[in-house]
Design a binder for this molecule. Structure first.
Ligand code: AHG
Ligand code: MN
Ligand code: MN
Ligand code: MN
Length: 324
């Protein structure tokens, strides 16, 4: 069997700066630790609700908090990280370091799946920190194109880590000894697909063009798309995006009328932006239904955004339908 390159071996040849690589390595180590805690589930009494509500107004799971603390501790221990922001923390936290990088993260994505043993993950984004001064919340509000690296871990049948630093997208698989081994050297999303991912139970709440686009998909060969679509919805963004990176597809979490004052469910800084950088680097597209998510100028730390991402031709069609 050929010897697979490990994370350190791959990083050695990645053009990004040594400092960016060092922060990526710290996050990768934290994700390896999280995979053990997630895998132990009920054995360590870690499943179930934590009995408190987070800033998102969501019932926190015990593992939301446990995984948040693992990442927070790892980042506080890295002198290259000046500040962090998390789905599970109302405000940013500074580490005492100055300069270097800011890290935003969703420590446990897909929390609603953790108690029923369906794949979950961790999503992270690395941004430049301001020079010479402790970061404030405003320093985190950078468009997604300013990310210096992004990635996610998916805790599924395999535990995998998907990364983009300066170019391209690669994927590692965690081995029995806790090493990340390079198993996918060039991840690329097919431009076309016949598989869509959306929570269909919200159909009556959608607006155009999402209603029209999904209707077109559901009409099969006789419809405007001329092909039979398949549907998947894991309800863990990491799992749905990972499937799309591996075999193509389109993922939609649009605005819906259930909470009309919210633009969507997914959060820009630690879900949509890191996933959009990965998807674009893999040759796909990611928009808010019309415009690239990576170009959005954030205004609030936990702001939400509608998300349409995946196979470029399908995402482009949704945007074209919006312009009609
Ligand atoms: P989180 O568990 O980090 O709060 O994120 C859950 C998100 C995302 O992972 C997924 O795509 C979406 O919520 C699923 O939403 P529904 O449960 O409304 O389908
Ligand atoms: Mn999430
Ligand atoms: Mn989460
Ligand atoms: Mn959550």
């Amino acid at each position: 069997m050929t010897t697979l390159t490990d994370l350190a071996g791959w990083l050695a040849n990645e053009p990004a700066s040594d400092d960016v690589k060092a922060v990526v390595a710290v996050v990768a180590g934290a994700c390896a630790e999280i995979s053990k805690v997630v895998a132990s589930g009920a054995i360590l009494g870690n499943l179930g609700a934590a009995g408190q509500v987070n800033v998102q107004d969501e019932e926190q799971k015990k593992l939301d908090i446990i995984t948040n603390d693992i990442l927070r501790d790892a980042l506080n221990g890295c002198p290259l990280v000046a500040g962090l922001a998390s789905e599970e923390l109302e405000v940013i936290e500074t580490t005492g370091a100055v300069g270097g990088f800011l890290v935003t993260f969703d420590p446990l994505d897909g929390s609603s799946n953790i108690d029923v043993n369906v794949s979950v993950g961790t999503i992270f984004s690395i941004l430049p920190a301001p020079a010479g001064v402790a970061p404030s919340e405003a320093d985190f509000l950078l468009p997604g194109r300013r990310q210096v690296a992004a990635g996610y871990a998916v805790y599924g049948p395999q535990t995998m880590l998907v990364l983009t630093l300066s170019q391209g997208v690669v994927a590692f698989t965690l081995d029995a000894d806790g090493a990340w081994l390079l198993t996918h050297g060039q991840v690329a999303i097919s431009a076309d697909t016949a598989e869509f991912a959306i929570n269909m139970s919200n159909q009556r709440h959608w607006a155009e063009p999402v209603r029209g686009y999904i209707d077109g998909c559901l009409q099969g060969k006789a419809g405007p798309r001329g092909k039979n679509f398949n549907m998947r919805w894991v309800a863990s963004m990491v799992a749905d995006v990972h499937r799309i990176l591996m075999r193509g597809g389109i993922f939609l979490y649009p605005w819906d009328a259930r909470e009309p004052d919210k633009p969507g469910k997914l959060r820009l800084l630690y879900e949509a932006n890191p996933m959009s950088l990965i998807v674009e680097r893999a040759g796909g597209r990611s928009t808010d239904g019309v415009n690239p998510i990576l170009d959005i100028q954030p205004t609030k730390l936990h702001q939400r955004v509608p998300v349409v991402l995946g196979s470029a031709n399908e995402v482009a069609l949704v945007a074209e339908m919006a312009a009609r």
